[in-house]
Ligand binder design. Structure first.
Ligand code: HEC
Length: 178
């Protein structure tokens, strides 16, 4: 009897472990779009909720209204003070070229701007690309009001990607070159 009960728990345990595994792989393959609650939360909370590598901007640079809002936010949060009004660089690195300091995918730039360079490096990220300016990006995860605002800012940044830069690097280093 006791043995049977133990066996039952083992089987149930295995089954649920298998389901969790399948769920995880499904999420990794296709990260779910952020919910309204996700978009309303602070970027600092969002990066702890979403597993590394799975943040995906729901907005596209082809959405003119979103890009316009993103530009307004980029200026109002003072990103332009360092990166220039069009993101092309000023006293800090350009956001519009094919050199990415850590990488240029949605997940990496979201975490960099949220945490700042120092906290990002504390999580094991290292500088790969080198721009003319090497310095720390300050943490904006508590300053930017919501995840939604930050995604809109990045839609604007993507829209400014230079036509003369290597287009293959627009959203980060292509997988086959990593
Ligand atoms: C005080 C100056 C400063 C401000 C303000 C600032 N940044 Fe930065 N940013 C930097 C520096 C310096 C780096 C390079 C970080 C490094 O080398 O670790 C950087 C890097 C970046 C990168 C990566 C660029 C690349 O080529 O890989 C992005 C994207 C970025 N910042 C976006 C933003 C956004 C969006 C804002 C506004 C919310 C912002 N920054 C505000 C200084 C600043």
């Amino acid at each position: 009897m006791v043995l049977k009960r133990i066996l039952f728990f083992v089987v149930v345990g295995l089954a649920s472990a298998a389901t969790t595994y399948t769920l995880r792989t499904a999420i990794a393959a296709d990260s779910p779009a952020p919910s309204a609650a996700d978009l309303a939360m602070k970027p600092t909370d969002y990066i702890t909720k979403v597993p590394k590598g799975q943040i995906k901007n729901p907005y596209k640079e082809s959405q003119a209204d979103i890009v316009a809002q993103g530009e307004h936010l980029f200026l109002s949060y003072g990103c332009n003070g360092c990166h220039g009004g069009g993101g092309g660089g000023g006293m800090c690195p350009p956001l519009t070229n094919d050199v990415w300091v850590y990488d240029g995918d949605d997940d990496t730039i979201f975490r960099l701007v949220t945490l700042g360079s120092d906290a990002l490096q504390a999580q094991g990220y290292t500088r790969k690309g080198r721009e003319n300016v090497v310095g720390p990006m300050p943490p904006f995860g508590q300053i930017v009001k919501s995840t939604d605002d930050l995604f809109k800012i990045f839609a604007f940044v993507r829209s400014k990607y230079s036509a003369s830069a290597d287009q293959a690097y627009k959203y980060g280093t292509p997988d086959n070159l990593k």
